[in-house]
Design a protein around this ligand. Structure first.
Ligand SMILES: Nc1ncnc2c1ncn2[C@@H]1O[C@H](COP(=O)(O)OP(=O)(O)O)[C@@H](O)[C@H]1O
Ligand SMILES: [Mg+2]
Length: 293
């Protein structure tokens, strides 16, 4: 057995590898309405890992990535847990920026709520008359704070991000995030998936601003089926919709404990994650290490 993780998040367990590297292990846990479900979604962690690996290659020219390997054999022997095959990322350990680098291409979620009540997005005025889920005139960098465990992230202005990380780093983080989003969203849209918004996490590795964490996955982003996007309403989620539809049909107050998910909902959700990966990457998930095990 490996030693205790440095950190256990809602979805990932993180282990130190020496002083300057990390092993990030992505579980099959799923949350909905901010509550982690009791059931896991088979292969979800491998899909998120495969997708991050795909994008890291695809977008390598934008900025350096923290990702070193997804090969279990590259880990120290005491961390080579067979169950981690395909779900582990060996990375540079970064000093993370204390902001979340969100990019929004469409008006939804907390940005739509703010716009509806004040006509602004993260404090900046937007054109009048935009509909829910409308495509924004251009993608916007809309950072947030990184909340401590249990708290919610708070949307902030670009000026507030400058106060947190300095003008130079904030501008570089914005430029990298916008470029990653523009390229990724264009690529996905050509394959029938709209990436409405997404969250990048950047950090410093050897003094260089580096793309960390997961990249353009359905967990860090809102994926919408392009053919079901109609401004004026919120499209279904490409990946989590079977879970949401099931939960919406129940009399549940959205507080833990979660209701149980029937096997057909679990299977449908797993299939959606896999389909999203295959459409975007053009690769077969069956070829990914550990797939289906
Ligand atoms: N290369 C890295 N170096 C250090 N920390 C990282 C790196 N990549 C990601 N992280 C951090 O690891 C954690 C990822 O675990 P996750 O389960 O997604 O946590 P959370 O619930 O906070 O999103 C995040 O806190 C993220 O900021
Ligand atoms: Mg996370």
């Amino acid at each position: 057995m490996s030693s205790a993780p440095l950190y256990s998040g809602k979805v990932r367990d993180i282990y130190a590898v020496g002083d300057d590297r990390l092993a990030m292990v992505t579980s099959d846990r799923i949350s909905a309405f901010d509550v982690v479900m009791a059931e896991s979604i088979p292969d979800k962690g491998r899909v998120l890992t495969a997708m991050t690996a795909f994008w890291s290659g695809q977008l390598a020219s934008v900025a350096p990535s923290h990702l070193l390997s997804t090969d279990l054999a590259d880990l120290p022997e005491d961390l080579q847990e067979p169950g981690w095959e395909g779900r582990v990322m060996l990375c540079h350990r970064a000093e993370m920026l204390p902001i979340e680098c969100i990019v929004r291409g469409y008006l939804t979620g907390s940005a739509w709520k703010e716009y509806r009540s004040s006509g602004t997005m993260h404090g900046t005025e937007l054109p009048a008359g935009l509909l829910e889920s409308a495509q924004l005139p251009e993608p916007v960098f809309t950072p947030s704070t990184k909340a401590e465990v249990g708290d919610h992230d708070e949307n902030i202005s670009f000026a507030a991000a400058v106060d947190l990380v300095g003008a130079e780093v904030a501008a570089a983080a914005r430029d990298i995030s916008l470029e990653l989003y523009r390229r990724g969203a264009e690529w996905a849209a050509e394959r029938g998936i709209l990436i409405a918004d997404t969250k990048f996490e950047l950090g410093m590795v050897d003094g260089e601003l580096t793309v960390c964490d997961e990249v353009l996955t359905p967990d860090s982003s809102r994926f919408w089926p392009a053919d079901q996007w109609t401004p004026g309403s919120t499209p279904p989620s490409f990946d989590k919709q079977p879970v949401r539809d099931h939960l919406d049909g129940l009399d549940w107050d959205k507080a833990p404990p979660p209701p149980s998910l029937p096997p057909e909902v679990v299977d449908a959700t797993s299939a959606r994650y896999i389909e999203g990966y295959e459409r975007i990457s053009g690769r077969r998930f069956a070829d990914w290490p550990g797939a289906g095990t």
